[in-house]
Design a protein around this ligand. Structure first.
Ligand code: HEM
Length: 459
C-alpha cells in the first residue's frame, strides 16, 4: 500500500498477537483470559479460517464480503447464538438486543420513535451537561494525580442514560451502585468459561453463578422499581420509558408486558452506556498521545461553539470530532466480536456453512486487517475524512453491527460522544501516562485492563 501518512504517527498500544497459532489447550485458555492473545498474526493478513470443534465448525470471519453475507444478505439464517444469550440473557432477558423473530420486530418498532433524529437532537443538552459535570468533578480532584477516564466516562454516560431513558435522576441508579452491579455481572456471568467452551448448558452449576445471578437480580429489581415509580407518578413523558409504556402493536394493539418493559430498561442501560464510555475513554487516550489531534479538536470546538454549551446544531458542525471517534472505534471497537449461529445450511461461495455452525465475526481483526487499511496500527483520524472514506468497502468498518439488527442507538452514540468529547477538550488538556500500559481485553465489550488513567490539566 502507498505510504501516505497524514495527521499522526502515533501507534497506540494493544495486545501483540502471537507469531504462530497456539496449541489447542493454550488457545482455549487464552480465549477465556483474553481472546486477543489467542489470535495469531496471520489472522490479520488472511481472510478466513474455520475450526472444527465438537461436531461443528467455528467460522472466523474478518472480510467485508463475509460480513455483508452474514449481517445483510442472509440475516434471516444467521441468528443470534445461544452463546450470546448465555452471556447477556440472565441480565437482559428477552429485550430488544436478545429477542428474535416477531417478538424482536415488535420491540424494535416500539422503540424506534425514541431514536429518530429530531427526538435525539433534543437530548444534546443532557449530553453536554453530563460532560460539564465531569469537568467539575475533575477540577475538584487533587492536581498532578492521574484520573481514571474510563471510570469518569462510565459515570458520565450512565448519567446520560438515566436522564434520557428514565427521564431524570433516580437514587437507585446512583453511579457507585450501578457500576458495582455491572462490574460484578461482567466478571461472573458475562464472561465465557471453560464449561461454555465444551458446550455445557447454561444451567450447569458454576462457582460464580450465585454472585452473577445476584447482580442480574439487582438490575431487574432496579428496573422494576423505576417502572413502578413512573406508573405511580401518573406522568406522561416522551422519554424512552414513556414511549415504551405507550407503545402498541399496530396489528394486535398489544402493549409491552411488564417483563418486556423491565428487560428493555435493562437493555438500554446495559447496551447504551458502557459502549459509549469505552469509545470516549479510548478516544481520550489517543488524543492525549497526539498533541496535534488535540489542538485540531480544540480549534474546531472553539471556532464552532465558543464558550457556549454544545447544542445539536453545533454537533453537526464538528466533523473532525466525529473522525476521531470513528478512528477510536476502529482501533478499539467496543463490540469486538459479534457472533451468530446458522439456522440452515448456506453456501457463501468460498465458504460452506452448515446448520448449527458458529459465525464469529471478528470486528477487531477486520478493523486492523493488513489488506484493508493503510498502516492499520497507526492512529490516523484523517482516514475517515470525506475524501478518504470514498475508497472504503461499506462493510469494512462495523462498530455498530449492520443489517436489520444494526445498533438502534448509533446516532444517539455519535451525538453523545461528540458533545462529550468537545466539552471535555475545550476545558481540559489530556496528557499521556507513560507508567500505564494500555491492554484491551474482550469481555462482553472490549475493556482497558486497569482502567484508563491519564493526566489531566485545567485549560
Ligand atoms: C459507541 C456506542 C455503541 C456501540 C459501539 C454499540 C454497538 C452495538 C452493536 C455492535 C450492536 C449489534 C449487536 C448484534 O448484532 O448482535 C448493537 C445493538 C444494540 N444497541 Fe448499541 N452500541 C452503542 C451504543 C448504543 C446506545 C447509546 C444504545 C441505546 C441508547 C444502544 C442500544 C442498542 C440496542 C437496543 C441494540 C439491539 C438492537 C436490535 O437488535 O434491534 N447502543 N449495538
Amino acid at each position: 500500500m502507498p505510504d501516505t501518512l497524514t495527521s499522526s504517527d502515533f501507534v497506540p498500544q494493544t495486545v501483540t498477537p502471537p507469531d504462530k497459532p497456539l496449541p489447542l489447550v493454550r488457545s482455549l485458555l487464552q480465549m477465556i483470559a483474553n481472546p486477543l492473545y489467542a489470535w495469531p498474526k496471520a489472522m490479520y493478513e488472511n481472510p478466513y479460517h474455520g475450526v472444527k470443534w465438537i461436531g461443528r465448525t467455528f467460522h472466523y470471519f474478518r472480510k467485508p464480503e463475509h460480513m455483508k453475507a452474514v449481517f445483510l444478505d442472509h440475516a434471516d439464517i444467521f441468528r443470534k447464538s445461544q452463546f450470546q444469550k448465555k452471556l447477556v440473557g440472565p441480565a437482559l432477558g428477552d429485550g430488544l438486543l436478545t429477542a428474535e423473530g416477531e417478538h424482536w420486530r415488535f420491540q424494535r418498532r416500539a422503540a424506534s420513535p425514541a431514536f429518530r433524529i429530531d427526538a435525539l437532537r433534543a437530548l444534546v443538552p443532557a449530553f453536554s451537561s453530563s460532560a460539564a459535570a465531569t469537568v467539575e468533578r475533575i477540577n475538584a480532584m487533587p492536581v498532578g494525580q492521574p484520573v481514571d477516564m474510563m471510570q469518569e466516562m462510565q459515570h458520565a454516560t450512565l448519567d446520560v442514560i438515566v436522564e434520557t431513558i428514565l427521564g431524570g435522576a433516580d437514587p437507585s441508579f446512583s453511579y457507585d451502585r450501578m457500576a458495582h452491579i455491572i462490574a460484578t455481572y461482567m466478571e461472573t456471568m458475562g464472561k465465557p468459561d471453560m464449561l461454555d467452551m465444551f458446550g455445557a448448558p447454561p444451567w450447569l452449576w458454576r462457582p460464580w453463578g450465585a454472585q452473577g445471578r445476584r447482580a442480574a437480580e439487582g438490575l431487574k429489581a432496579t428496573a422494576v422499581n423505576a417502572i413502578q415509580r413512573r406508573r405511580d407518578s401518573g406522568k406522561v413523558q416522551l422519554d424512552l420509558l414513556g414511549l415504551l409504556l405507550a407503545a402498541r402493536d399496530p396489528e394486535t394493539h398489544r402493549g409491552l408486558s411488564d417483563d418486556e418493559l423491565r428487560d428493555n430498561v435493562i437493555t438500554f442501560i446495559g447496551a447504551g452506556h458502557e459502549t459509549t464510555a469505552l469509545t470516549l475513554a479510548f478516544s481520550l487516550y489517543l488524543v492525549a498521545n497526539s498533541p496535534e489531534t488535540q489542538d485540531r479538536l480544540l480549534r474546531e470546538v472553539r471556532d464552532v461553539c465558543g464558550d457556549l454549551p454544545i447544542d445539536a446544531t453545533m454537533v453537526d458542525e464538528l466533523p473532525f470530532h466525529e473522525q476521531v471517534i470513528k478512528e477510536a472505534m476502529r482501533l478499539y471497537p467496543p463490540v469486538s466480536i459479534i457472533d451468530r449461529m446458522a439456522s440452515e445450511d448456506i453456501d457463501l461461495g468460498d465458504v460452506q456453512v452448515k446448520k448449527g455452525d458458529f459465525a464469529l465475526n471478528l470486528i477487531y481483526v477486520m478493523h486492523r486487517h493488513q489488506t484493508l487499511w493503510e498502516h492499520p496500527e497507526r492512529f490516523d483520524p484523517d482516514r475517515f475524512s470525506p475524501d478518504r472514506i470514498k475508497g472504503m468497502h461499506r462493510f469494512q468498518f462495523m462498530p455498530f453491527g449492520a443489517g436489520p439488527r444494526i445498533c438502534i442507538g448509533m446516532k444517539f452514540a455519535y451525538m453523545e460522544a461528540i458533545a462529550i468529547l468537545a466539552t471535555l477538550v475545550r476545558s481540559l488538556r489530556f496528557l499521556p501516562n507513560a507508567a500505564h500500559k494500555v491492554e484491551p481485553n474482550i469481555r462482553i465489550t472490549l475493556r482497558p485492563e486497569g482502567g484508563m488513567p491519564l493526566f489531566v490539566e485545567r485549560r
